[in-house]
Design a protein around this ligand. Structure first.
Ligand code: TYD
Ligand code: MG
Length: 460
């Protein structure tokens, strides 16, 4: 450990980078003005060499370890179970991060309610709200079982004692930034405190087979230690995101030791707490304009689940030498690149045009499979020709204008068919597989394309 003059060390409050001296910019995460001086905590004493032969643990054979099915607890919220990889793993630590007010406390309170409803002992520890406030929130959500316990406390020593005595199956810590460990002298929310507190919880969870949910706020200012510091300490990291103006919320797995990480769960905030959105595609496409130019529906895979989203493009003549380009929900550079490909390979005069490309519904998608959708939206707006509102397009577009294959094409086509789409434009290489999986009963018309010239010939 690098130590400062008087036993202090500087931590970046955003990523936990450690330095002996103060720095303006963090070399770790490139954030400015995030270093704060904190005292060095004494390293924990643990004898390695001093162990007597009888105390040395014996490694077990991997094949001898049995995994029992009941090691996972279902939350009865399907969207959450999927993101967790099939339920809460006993003895695991899960971090739920997100902006303040996004609904972390609400979601976890709902989880507690469902678990307590099954007679499981649940302990909800809040350092942010009073019992009365939590009760008021709980009343909006529904009725709670007897085994749901509340504790308003921020001292981790006290919390550990309570957990040891009550032996709950699941505990919620809301939020880690308010908790403090007495032995660490820095303020709650600082990197050392957050790290120490998580360490204590980790020991408790593994020792008692207790599943712990930790709430962590993310703030852009870097004044509160970002949960990024503890990402590597916990088993699972979930981020709750969404537009504060829109009512839907997306729960995204960022790290998961027990499952896949690219699953998402979609929720909607209502008067009675969060509701699951079972069919997010339909939800995203609601209120879509019919027969408007520049609008195309595409399909992105979120984990194993296809999600249909609408891409809107507005291309108009620029009044300035430097055309204006703007994107929402998709990569700015990717859109510029695709427009350059269109200009070079199809001779479209796009360099004199402003272009705005939006993914509606506030979704953020990076997957290259939506390239063809972006290209079609730009083309449709440029030509001022509306495409059928029952048309779907997906495929990756390469620099020479070729349309490349994407993964899980049949799944995407099936989802589109389920939602009443009748035409699908897809990479030629994926055509056979999709045709086979649709079978004869499929009413969907599949159009395979090799490159974007093909697309123009077949559609415009
Ligand atoms: P909250 O769970 O307190 O957010 P966090 O813990 O992430 O800071 O989010 C609460 C927000 O959701 C708040 O703005 C009020 C709103 N809300 C509803 O719209 N309906 C409800 O039933 C509840 C409980 C909250
Ligand atoms: Mg909260």
């Amino acid at each position: 450990m690098t130590k400062g003059k008087s036993g202090t060390v500087f931590y970046c409050q955003s990523c936990g980078y450690e330095s002996a001296k103060w720095m303006g910019q963090c070399p770790g995460c490139r954030e400015w003005n995030t270093f704060v001086e904190e005292p060095v905590s004494a390293p924990a004493q643990r004898g390695g060499a001093k162990m007597r032969p009888g105390e040395i643990p014996r490694p077990a054979r991997l094949t001898d370890v049995v995994v029992r099915q009941e090691d996972r607890i279902s939350t009865h919220i399907r969207e959450l179970d999927r993101v967790l990889g099939g339920g809460i793993v006993q003895g695991s630590l899960t971090l739920v991060g997100g902006d303040p007010g996004i609904g972390k406390s609400t979601l976890l309170l709902q989880v507690c309610r469902l678990l307590a409803g099954e007679g499981r002992k649940v302990l909800y520890i809040s350092g942010e709200e009073s019992m009365v406030q939590i009760r008021m929130r709980a009343d909006r959500i529904g009725s709670f079982g007897e085994s749901m316990l509340l504790l308003c406390e921020t001292n981790l020593g006290v919390i550990s004692e309570v957990i040891r005595r009550e032996k709950p199956q699941v505990a919620v810590i809301d939020s880690i930034q308010t908790m403090y460990e007495e032995n660490v002298s820095s303020a709650p929310g600082s990197v050392s405190q957050v790290r120490e507190a998580t360490g204590v919880l980790l020991q408790l969870a593994k020792g008692m087979n207790l599943s712990v949910f930790i709430v962590g706020h993310v703030t852009k200012e870097g004044t509160v230690a970002g949960p990024r510091v503890l990402e590597h300490m916990v088993d699972t990291v979930l981020y709750f995101e969404g537009d504060s103006h829109a009512s839907y919320r997306i729960l995204r797995g960022v790290k998961n030791r027990f499952g896949s990480t690219n699953e998402i769960g979609v929720f909607e905030m209502s008067q009675e707490g969060l509701k699951e959105v079972e069919n997010p595609s339909q939800y995203m496409l609601e209120g879509r304009p019919e027969d408007a130019s520049g609008c195309v529906v595409t399909c992105s895979m979120e984990g194993t689940r296809p999600l249909l989203v609408e891409i809107q493009a507005l291309v108009c003549r620029s009044n300035f030498g430097n055309p204006r380009r703007q994107t929402t929900g998709t990569d700015f550079n990717r859109v510029n690149l695709l427009m350059a490909v269109l200009e070079k390979r199809c001779g479209l005069q796009l360099s004199g045009c402003d272009a705005y490309v939006n993914l509606t519904g506030g979704m953020k998608i990076q997957e290259p499979a939506i390239d063809l959708g972006i290209v079609l939206a730009v083309l449709s707006s440029f030509r001022n020709t509306a495409l059928s509102s029952r048309l779907l397009a997906f495929g990756e577009v390469g620099l020479s204008g070729e349309v490349r294959s994407v993964s899980m094409a049949p799944g995407r086509v099936a989802e589109a068919q389920k939602l009443g789409f009748d035409t699908c434009i897809l990479p030629q290489v994926c055509l056979e597989a999709c045709r086979k999986s649709l079978g004869d009963g499929g009413k969907m018309k599949l159009i395979g394309v090799r490159n974007i010239r093909d697309v123009i010939d077949k559609l415009f």
